[in-house]
Design a protein around this ligand. Sequence first.
Ligand code: FE
Length: 132
Amino acid sequence: MTEKITLTDEEWKERLTPEQYYVLRSKGTERPYSNEFDEHFEPGAYSCAACGQELFESNTKFNSGCGWPAFYAAKAEDRVNLHEDNTHGMKRVEVTCTNCDSHLGHIFNDAPSTPTGQRYCINSVSLKFEAK
Ligand code: FE
């Protein structure tokens, strides 16, 4: 485990690209379909683009058709935190990184064909991929 990361807003701005900052630190959402990992199915691991903690593995990734990378489970329960999110007129559950509190995406219970029934809908820009 890496040590929990806490940076100021200014430090995050220096460390991240503008798009990463918008999604990870301002809870933004990237465009569907034209993002890096939506249709990406190589074997490997996906880590947090802000702090490097491994979050998801390729063997839980599936093609949900929603336009963003989808996983049916996190690498371990202690990698992500879930929070009620009632913004934008929707009732959703936000997913954040436990190590740096950055925004990753949302989780939905709408994937009955997967072992958990869950769909972690994650922004590509919040992830870094390492082939294994
Ligand atoms: Fe992180």
